[in-house]
Write a protein that binds this ligand. Structure first.
Ligand code: RIB
Length: 300
């Protein structure tokens, strides 16, 4: 069983969030309501989720001088930020997020400093990591493949959330990944299939580790060593679904690291992400472990 110590090497973004009547259409100019500025980035969100779920978490990544508040938020969540570099001439990554009345979102990304990760920064961040430590990655950095390989070389438990999907992601070394997270879009992009069962089967052939396929309000499925798992989503009134997948990822890993029980990890992750979507913003709305456990007890 792996130790519960994690390094999340991932993106840090400033999220500019706009409430809209509908997601803007081509050629359309749309008025927005209630603009908000939040801490985000799939990496930052997943670090917060891991830490709130009880994992001893360090974050590595890069920001510009304008992103200091992102590092402070991580620190307040109990995350070690000594491997978050500040590029003097870099611009912090940002996201422009539209949220519709049903809480669905649409995201435009500017990678900025997230896409300036160097080999030296990877070596330094991983220097203190070893056998069984979790390395959690997403697909918003320029160095995903190098990180998968570096984590595997050190014997780390490599978890990869393939979000957002990119064509490049098709050629990553999935044989080195211990836990792969995808949603339906990412799963379809990677597998070339559209039906969830077929996506899962195809990804299980690609990746020998645990494969988790999240399906939004339809719950999630997983596959590992020839066994398949399914867990429903909990019905809630969604306000903003931004960060739901990140919350799921962090909570799943935290629970799985405790006892290796995939079904239990899926239930706790579903509870945490159900709570997360009932509040606006990404990192700021990730629930504490106690709240997620209480919600789960209420659902029993
Ligand atoms: O998963 C949600 C995140 O995606 C947002 O916080 C945004 O920054 C983008 O990275």
């Amino acid at each position: 069983m792996m130790k519960t110590k994690a390094l999340c090497f991932g993106s840090l973004n400033i999220d500019y969030v706009y409430e809209v009547e509908h997601i803007v259409r081509p050629g359309e100019t749309l008025d927005t309501k209630r603009p908000g500025v939040f801490a985000g980035g799939k990496g930052l969100n997943q670090s917060v989720a891991l830490a709130k779920a009880g994992v001893c978490t360090a974050h590595a990544g890069k920001i510009g001088p304008d992103g200091a508040f992102l590092r402070e938020l991580l620190e307040r969540a109990g995350v070690d930020t000594s491997s978050v570099a500040v590029g003097a001439d870099s611009a912090t990554g940002h996201a422009i997020i539209q949220v519709d009345p049903a809480g669905q979102n649409s995201i435009l990304l500017f990678g900025g400093a997230n896409r300036e990760i160097t080999d030296t920064e990877i070596e330094e961040a991983l220097a203190g990591c070893g056998e069984g430590d979790i390395l959690l990655l997403q697909n918003e950095l320029n160095a995903t493949e190098a990180l998968i390989r570096a984590g595997h070389r050190r014997g780390m438990f490599v978890a990869f959330n393939c979000a957002p999907f990119s064509e490049e992601a098709k050629s990553y070394p999935y044989e080195l990944v211990d836990c792969l997270f995808v949603n339906e879009t990412e799963g379809a992009g990677l597998s070339g299939r559209t039906e969830p069962g077929e996506i899962l089967d195809a990804l299980a052939r690609l990746c020998p580790g645990i494969v988790v396929l999240t399906l939004g309000t339809r719950g999630a499925m997983a596959a590992y060593r020839g066994q398949t798992y399914a867990a429903p989503a909990f019905p809630v009134r969604a306000v903003d679904t931004t960060g739901a997948g990140d919350t799921y990822t962090g909570y799943f890993l935290a629970a799985f690291a405790e006892d290796g029980d995939i079904s239990r990890a899926m239930r706790l992750a579903a509870a945490a992400s159900a709570l997360e979507v009932t509040r606006p913003g990404a990192a700021a709305s990730i629930p504490a472990r106690e709240e997620a456990e209480r919600f789960l007890r209420g659902m029993a």
